[in-house]
Write a protein of this length. Structure first.
Lengths: 432, 288
């Protein structure tokens, strides 16, 4: 945290020499070893570390795949098949990358819902939250362009449908939409030129995400981590040093997550994909149902729920844009939903709406499905624009514990309110 | 024998179930129920059975290969571990005698020429290109079979409230065999069209095919199937073996993948338990 005094002591002359010139070891020590983490964090807080792993894993596997992949309309599909069949362990690297994209989104959705539940977006973490939304947006762009690369039928038609959305801008200024679409495609239809630029951007964006993640972690280390009570760190006894406490917990969370990850990589590599993407892209044959990857389904349902094309596009982008304003839409005095008796019901209703929209996004857009998609789309926006401001004002929060320490140890066990009595954990664990 | 007739009965039942709602729902919104089959390579412990893949290749060679290519596979793949594992010498002579020759060149005279296939060459179908194939089949295109088992699947037909449970079951059991299930249903799905069904000219009725009209003539029949080396065989057995062979063709690394998968799972499970114990020990220093 910003007011945290560095405890780094260089152990050798070499380390001292470096520390006087570029104190990077000190930065790492203060950020990831001695960094004070709330002592009451639960396993939902391990997803930050898990997401860092996902990003690095995607970059490493992607790097190897790019050595074998041919980004051209004629060869892309063939080269992916070559990777699956003839490259040494190509099947494993390719499965890891494809499943990894899905796992990245599993983790990021848990991470986002955790932030929403415990009010991690509220002051002083607004910038931290906004950086997170930007990372989410960049992830969506990267995943969308990555899905184009195998150049199967779903790749091709997914790109066609989504890029075509921009043509709805013709309704605002005639010609602008078409011009943007032509510019995106690099021609007058989705073609090898489109694939080539998508590959280029797919390679670029992960490094943009990396930069945003660095800012995200920086902002996190200035404001400090939120925790299940939503209370600020007040006493030294409220926190434990990141190493070994939080690091160890992160490691358990990461490996438990990797069990699920590996299960999909080795036993269900194609479960999360679509069979049609094993058919080579063909501009002359449209698949009966064009569906995006599962992690886009809720937004796809919102897009199709609105009767007008432009309206649907605006709603879809609005569904993400609204997240930027969450810190100011929530009027509650307390952060954590644990202490919010009314809001908690609405939170779970919101979770159900997102799952329902995901289900409806995979269904054809007709009949009863459209009706329900509209109901849940309405609630998606109402949750942010109506429920969050109003419930925060009318709700009386439950009694908060006086501190994190009291929450953990029980009432009255307050260790000396910053009076210089050291927390056992931080100071001398062996003496406890 | 009992198994076979049971299977036939269940297919018949599936057909009845699939056809029953036809007049009401029409061709568009109708769901076709495809039965799941037992496969030796299914689930998280399954491995390909080389004998079944060899029989399946025989069905492909004697029946399918007259229209369908297998261009992403090389003859050498038929030798490699985890596949049909034919002896190398017999695959060499198979390749040399394969009717669809390899176009090579240009030679010293600048001319392209045809030569017999080698182990490293792809298993080609009879047509040089799509136009030639379409010309031969009245405008229809017999698809290449290299990834066909991955490119087909089963659409979930369950009501919405059971969806999540069926999904969990498929994930827990490692179900990935929608492709071969569909191929089996298709090959055994040729029936006489119902009386009120409007079948177009040159098309055939098939219970499993979306829309029920398929250009492919029945490749196998009750009285016209491939006889194996032991003189036995049946429509159902042929369909099953060739579906298994195509599943291998689309996913030749399955055996290795699942074998390594178990080692990875074991390593991760043990490490997670050890990490958890270490974490408990470290956190026991403080109340939490």
């Amino acid at each position: 945290m910003s007011n945290h005094v560095s405890t780094y002591k260089p152990q050798s002359r070499m380390a001292k020499w470096w520390d006087d010139r570029l104190p990077i070891a000190r930065l790492m020590h203060d950020s990831f070893v001695d960094f004070p983490t709330p002592r009451n964090l639960n396993y939902l807080w391990t997803f930050g570390g898990i997401l860092s792993f996902c990003l690095v894993a995607q970059i490493v596997t992607g790097l190897v795949l790019a050595m074998h992949y041919q980004p051209s309309g004629a060869d892309a599909f063939n080269s992916v098949e070559r990777i699956r069949r003839d490259v040494n362990f190509g099947w494993m690297i390719r499965n890891f990358h494809a499943v990894g994209a899905s796992m990245f989104f599993v983790a990021v959705y848990i991470h986002i819902f955790r932030g929403l539940y415990y009010g991690s977006y509220k002051a002083p973490r607004e910038i931290l939250w906004i950086l997170g939304v930007l990372i989410f947006l960049a992830m969506m762009a990267t995943a969308f362009m990555g899905y184009a690369l195998p150049w199967g039928q779903m790749s091709f038609w997914g790109v066609t449908v989504i890029t075509n959305l921009f043509s709805s801008l013709d309704g605002v200024v005639p010609g602008v939409g078409t011009a943007i679409v032509t510019w995106l495609w690099g021609g007058f239809s989705v073609s090898g030129a489109t694939l080539n630029r998508f590959f280029s951007l797919h390679y670029l964006l992960p490094f943009v995400i990396m930069g945003l993640v660095i800012l995200h972690v920086w902002a996190l280390h200035v404001a400090g981590q939120n925790n299940p009570t939503g209370l600020d760190l007040k006493h030294k006894s409220d926190s434990v040093p990141m190493a070994p406490f939080a690091v160890m917990k992160d490691a358990v969370g990461l490996f438990a997550f990797l069990i699920v990850f590996a299960w999909f990589v080795f036993f269900l590599p194609d479960y999360l994909g679509h069979a049609d993407n094993y058919i080579e892209a063909n501009p002359l044959v449209t698949p009966p149902h064009i569906v995006p990857e599962w992690y886009f389904l809720p937004f796809y349902a919102i897009l199709r729920a609105i009767p007008s094309k432009l309206g649907g596009v605006l709603a879809m982008f609005g569904a993400i844009a609204v997240l930027f304003f969450v810190p100011w839409l929530d009027t509650s005095r307390v952060r954590s939903t644990k202490y919010r008796p009314i809001y908690r019901w609405f939170f779970w209703l919101f979770v159900i709406s997102c799952l329902a929209l995901g289900y409806l996004g995979a269904k054809p857009a007709d009949g009863i499905y459209v009706f329900w998609a509209r109901v849940f789309t309405f609630y998606y926006f109402a949750h942010f624009l109506i429920v969050m401001p109003i419930v925060g004002l009318i709700e009386t929060p439950k009694q908060l514990p006086r501190s994190i320490t009291e929450d953990v140890l029980g009432p009255g066990k307050q260790t000396g309110g910053g009076m210089g009595i050291p927390a056992g954990a931080a100071a001398a664990p062996e003496k406890r | 024998m009992i198994k076979t007739s049971l299977r036939a009965a269940s297919v018949a039942l599936a057909v009845v179930l699939a056809l029953a709602p036809l007049p009401v729902m029409g061709a568009g919104g109708e769901h076709i129920v495809i039965d799941k089959q037992q496969w030796p390579f299914a689930g998280f412990r399954g491995q390909f059975n080389a004998g079944q893949l060899q029989r399946g290749f025989q069905v492909y060679q004697e029946n399918c290969s007259s229209c369908h290519g297998l261009k992403r596979l090389a003859f050498r793949n038929l030798v490699q571990p985890g596949g049909p594992e034919f002896p190398e010498d017999s695959v060499k002579s198979l390749a040399a005698g394969w009717p669809n020759k390899i176009t090579d060149g240009p030679n010293d005279k600048g001319k392209m020429f045809e030569r017999p296939a080698k182990l490293s060459d792809p298993i080609l179908g009879p047509h040089k290109n799509e136009a030639e194939a379409r010309d031969a089949f009245n405008g229809a295109l017999p698809p290449d079979f290299s990834v066909i088992a991955k490119a087909r699947g089963i659409e979930p037909t369950a009501p919405w409230y059971t969806h999540i449970f069926l999904m969990m079951r498929d994930i827990a059991t490692g179900y990935q065999e929608g492709g071969p299930d569909y191929i089996y249903a298709l090959l055994t799905g040729y029936k006489n069209a119902p009386k009120d069904f409007n079948l177009s000219d040159g098309m055939n009725y098939n219970a499993a095919f979306p829309g029920h009209q398929i250009a492919m003539v029945p490749p196998l029949a009750k009285d016209n199937f491939v006889k194996y080396q032991d003189g036995k065989g049946s429509l159902e057995q042929n369909a099953k073996d060739v579906a298994a062979f195509l599943a291998w063709a689309a996913d030749p690394s399955l055996n290795e993948r699942k074998r390594i998968g178990w080692q990875v799972m074991l390593y991760l499970l043990v490490t997670t338990v050890l990490l958890f114990l270490a974490k408990k020990r470290i956190w026991s220093r403080i109340k939490h």
